[in-house]
Design a protein around this ligand. Structure first.
Ligand SMILES: O=P(O)(O)O[C@H]1O[C@H](CO)[C@@H](O)[C@H]1O
Ligand SMILES: O=c1cc[nH]c(=O)[nH]1
Length: 288
């Protein structure tokens, strides 16, 4: 079994992983992932009990019990680069022996549920609705290092054709949701679609403030170009990376989005907090 050196897998003196500060014995089978550290207590208030709180940088974790089972909620902060840290460390915590630094023979598969916020890019998918990402396209550059295999969801040829059709110069990757978790969250009666995971909030999501994007028609092209017959429905900053890592590492992952903006009708939610709280409550009911 593979050995991981002290500079590849950094373990803190207390036996926890370098950034998340979590120890292997603390990881439950189900974890809820959010972006905003302040969203963590908003989720854990629905646990029967919070047993431990761990905090380092933007990574805040509340560990607890929900209907008799261990559970955790963890914040990643913003962006696919943070997802890279979260997924590598969570996977190491369950699939590498932190004493011997050897890969475990029998692997654990985690259930990972992202409760996030996002913007709709289709006029018919209104602000304040819920959308489940059945697949996601990554505009970040992680695939250039991990070589994520797009064939697991959308064919490499289709993705290449779509990339050309939207006139984008760099390679993209695609990854899909867990079929099991898609089924589990069906009772949400949510919209489903392909999510665009952007490497930024402003120009990479078609926003202009003072610096102008060199791709002013980016959102229009993405919204108007179907991929394998499906619309690209919404835009955020983490889901494709989560799906690609989960698929490659053998974990089950789903991304639930509260749509706070509609970028086509230019509406923003009048009650963003209420929308995210409502999604948290519905998701917790289905997890429990
Ligand atoms: O609300 P969260 O989960 O952070 O998700 C969305 O909100 C952030 C941008 O405001 C990005 O992280 C985006 O993906
Ligand atoms: O438009 C939006 C709304 C939430 N999060 C994003 O990344 N984009």
């Amino acid at each position: 079994m593979t050995y991981f050196s002290p500079t590849d897998l950094i373990i803190n003196p207390d036996g926890s992983s370098y950034h998340l500060n979590l120890r292997p014995d603390q990881i439950p089978d189900t974890l809820i992932l959010v972006g905003d550290p302040e969203r963590v207590p908003k989720v854990s208030q629905f646990f029967d009990e919070v047993t431990e709180i761990v905090h380092k940088r933007e990574f805040v974790t509340h560990l607890g019990i929900l209907k008799g089972k261990r559970i955790a909620v963890l914040s990643s902060g913003i962006g696919a680069d943070n997802v890279e840290i979260v997924m590598n460390e969570l996977d190491a915590l369950v699939n590498i022996d932190f004493q011997t630094r050897l890969e475990k023979q029998v692997k654990r598969s985690l259930n990972l549920i992202r409760i996030g916020t996002s913007g709709s890019i289709q006029a018919h998918i209104p602000v304040d609705s819920i959308l489940i990402s059945n697949a996601a396209i990554g505009f970040d550059n992680l695939a250039q290092f991990y070589g994520f295999n797009s064939a697991q969801s959308i064919s490499a040829d289709s993705l290449e054709q779509w990339t050309q059709a939207i006139d984008y110069p760099l390679p993209l990757y695609a990854a899909k949701a867990s079929a099991n978790l898609l089924e589990k969250f069906k009772p949400l009666n949510a919209f489903e679609g392909i999510t665009l995971t952007a490497p930024g909030f402003y120009a990479p999501q078609g926003r202009t403030i003072r610096l102008h994007s060199i791709r002013p028609d980016f959102l229009e092209k993405v919204a108007g170009t179907k991929l394998e017959g499906q619309e690209i429905t919404n835009i955020e900053m983490e889901t494709a990376a989560y799906y690609a890592f989960a698929g490659a590492m053998g974990h089950e992952m789903i991304s639930l989005n509260a749509l706070l903006a509609n970028r086509i009708t230019n509406e923003f939610s009048k009650d963003p907090e209420g929308q995210i709280m409502s999604l948290i409550e519905k998701a917790i009911a289905l997890i429990a």
